[in-house]
Design a protein around this ligand. Structure first.
Ligand code: NAP
Length: 275
């Protein structure tokens, strides 16, 4: 059983499967296999172009729908209220599901007033299309604004978090409002596997560098959604709940952050969102 974090009424499994860049049969096979192996949380998005395969894989896995925590994300070009509602419904058609567990705003869109977008997101939730709602790629100031403007509880902010990036400020902002932090790119797109400190700490625990990096996150109650296209990596990426890092190991890993640590430099608006 994967441990969960509780956040504003949601129970989010601490380990999920990321699906960016997984498409077609590879996506369907990996998602189905992950669920068979015990994953209970899957992360997709409209822009990943794989909602159909993810929905099919959930059904093919044989795991009951209410045992799987499924997230999708609305692309910012659909943030005008009527577009948001329509595109949320289109996601459900592609997934062939009456609701998702979590519906996120994928990136902030400065061209549409946040109050209007959040109004539509809350309406979609009240209509039963999403059990929970949240945000992604929101900075500290944006988290504060979103919490103030939302009439329904926001349950998470999904942001890039891994040992090479200092995200303490945005993590603290989320905690202040009881939002879960969901770490995307938790393996830093493969970089964690090559880090000497993580490799060294792993040796002491009989674990790989990637497992140590993921453990560092879940030990802080940060949800991780590592992606792999390799079936054999699904189990190893999930074997992170049977060991504990000592406080000095946690601190050593926390000290790996550096100013160029971000691996996702994309910004929907083109503006330097993070500065
Ligand atoms: N909200 C957002 O804006 C946003 C942005 C980015 C990502 N995300 C979400 O977060 C998920 C995860 O992030 P990500 O896909 O960017 O990167 P990631 O999970 O940090 O890294 C994925 C990469 O790591 C490799 N990998 C996986 N397990 C490994 C292991 N045990 N040893 C060595 N390498 C390993 C994978 O290669 P193989 O496939 O060869 O194993 C893949 O190249 C995404 O899939 C997506 O669902 C959200």
């Amino acid at each position: 059983m994967t441990p969960v974090v509780e956040a504003n009424g949601a129970r989010i499994p601490l380990l999920g499967l990321g699906t960016w860049e997984l498409r077609g049969r590879t996506c369907a096979r990996i998602v189905e296999q992950a669920l068979r192996l015990g994953y209970r949380h899957v992360d997709t998005a409209q822009i990943y172009d794989n909602e159909e395969e993810v929905g099919d894989a959930v059904r093919a896995s044989g795991v009951k729908r209410d045992q799987v925590f499924l997230t999708t994300k609305i692309w910012p070009s659909h943030f005008a209220p009527r577009d948001l509602e329509r595109s949320a419904k289109e996601s459900l058609v592609r997934l062939r599901m009456p609701e998702v567990d979590l519906l996120l705003l994928h990136w902030p869109n400065p061209h549409v007033p946040l109050a209007e977008t959040l109004g539509a997101l809350c309406k979609v939730k009240r209509e039963g299309l999403a059990r929970h709602i949240g945000i992604s790629n929101f900075t500290v100031a944006m988290v504060e604004e979103a919490v103030r403007l939302s009439s329904e509880p926001l349950v998470c902010n999904q942001v890039e978090v891994h040992p090479f990036l200092d995200q303490t400020k945005v993590v603290a902002a989320c905690r202040r409002h009881a939002l879960a932090v969901v770490a995307y790119s938790p393996i830093a797109r493969g970089q964690a596997a090559r880090d000497q400190t993580l490799i060294e700490i792993g040796k002491a625990h009989g674990k790989s560098a990637v497992q140590v990096g993921l453990r560092w996150l879940v030990q802080q109650d940060i949800v991780v959604i590592p992606r792999t296209a390799k079936v054999e990596r699904l189990s190893t990426n999930a074997a992170i709940f049977d060991f504990t890092l000592a406080p000095e190991e946690m601190a050593r890993i926390g000290a790996l952050a550096h100013p160029r640590g971000r691996v996702v430099n994309y910004s929907y608006s083109g503006a330097p969102e993070w500065d």
